[in-house]
Design a protein around this ligand. Sequence first.
Ligand SMILES: Cc1ncc(COP(=O)(O)O)c(C=O)c1O
Length: 410
Amino acid sequence: MSSNKTTLNTEQIRKDFPILNRKIHGKQLVYLDNAATSQKPRQVIEAIDDYYKNHNANIHRSIHTLGEEATEKYEEAHEKTAEFINADSYQNIIFTKNTTESLNLLAYSLTSKLKKGDEIVISQMEHHSNFVPWQQLAKQRDLKLKFIKINEEGLLDADSINENITKKTKIVSVTHVSNVLGTINPVKDIAKITHENNALMIADGAQSAPHMPIDVKNIDVDFYAFSGHKMLGPTGIGVLYGKRELLEEMNPFLYGGEMIREVKFDDTKFNDLPWKFEAGTMNIAEGIGLSAAIDYLNNIGMEQIQKRDNELIDYAVKRLKEIKDLTIYGPEERGAVVSFNLKSIHAHDVSQILDSEGIAIRAGHHCCMPLMSVLKVPATARASFYLYNTEKEIDKLISALHKVKKMFGD
Ligand SMILES: Cc1ncc(COP(=O)(O)O)c(C=O)c1O
């Protein structure tokens, strides 16, 4: 039976993250910028270290022991990633550089399915990486890009979903969790509407894969993209999940070594999935690092992590609401991120003063300029949480925000 309270041992977990011992300007680091990138446990750092010290070789080509060990570890990383999101097989899992590359791969490889006048639907809250590729594709191919509106609460407007997704729609690409508002979008419902209109459904999982159990079969998206570095893994490794029949018929994004089965002077046969989409020497160490990160997350359990995130965000929002003249953006029910502004104080000033207190948050447009224009603000401050954060750190954030207000004469 699952209880609402998490059994996760934060104190123990924190010991695994060497960077959390850092002092910033003489103060203990409080890292609340997890939506930008997460910190790395020693298990991940050691897995990468071990790979380079003991197993380094290129994959899928050398028949010596090191080559075989590296290949086995890299392939195992695909298998673990498939299990992590409940995909059928490693063949559904393409390693990329990050979410951005996964989405660009799709924008490029799906072009052959599109013709003039076809429609692509995204939302007003998309990160630039799920925005600019579609915008540019639409411009280049004479397609129409449409936007699902957000309502006052910061949720996707249900009428706008139904109005925008029609028989003319070919692709719908929506973020699972907003990196600004924290909104958890009903991707399963949107996928259903998308499929009823014979279109393809893509979910940007950059902010969901690190924080909740993901079952791609249950949500029934056609593609799902996420980044290793936001889920305790290293930078330089991203994931694109795709349904097999779709990946089979898609053209590769990159051509070159290892993505081929046979090359003749006049033609090339492509490799099997997923290698058809992994051209050239890949980020092998980073893939192995991601594998270690997945082990780490699985050992704790994604349900526990989600519960802990909920505890942290609920506490943070409750405490932020105590501060006068502080506006919070986004719905009550949210992922592990909260954006806010202090009246008459620019978010960059807030962030800078917080940094002098050892507290790392992000300030700016969060790669969501169109959303900022909808919210009618140039920027927000954003605190984002993960499994190693504590209520005490949130208390420090609140005290520091009071200090910011005082410095600005409030
Ligand atoms: C919702 C969302 N999508 C996409 C991205 C892009 O991720 P990456 O920079 O790892 O490609 C981010 C990163 O912050 C994000 O929050």
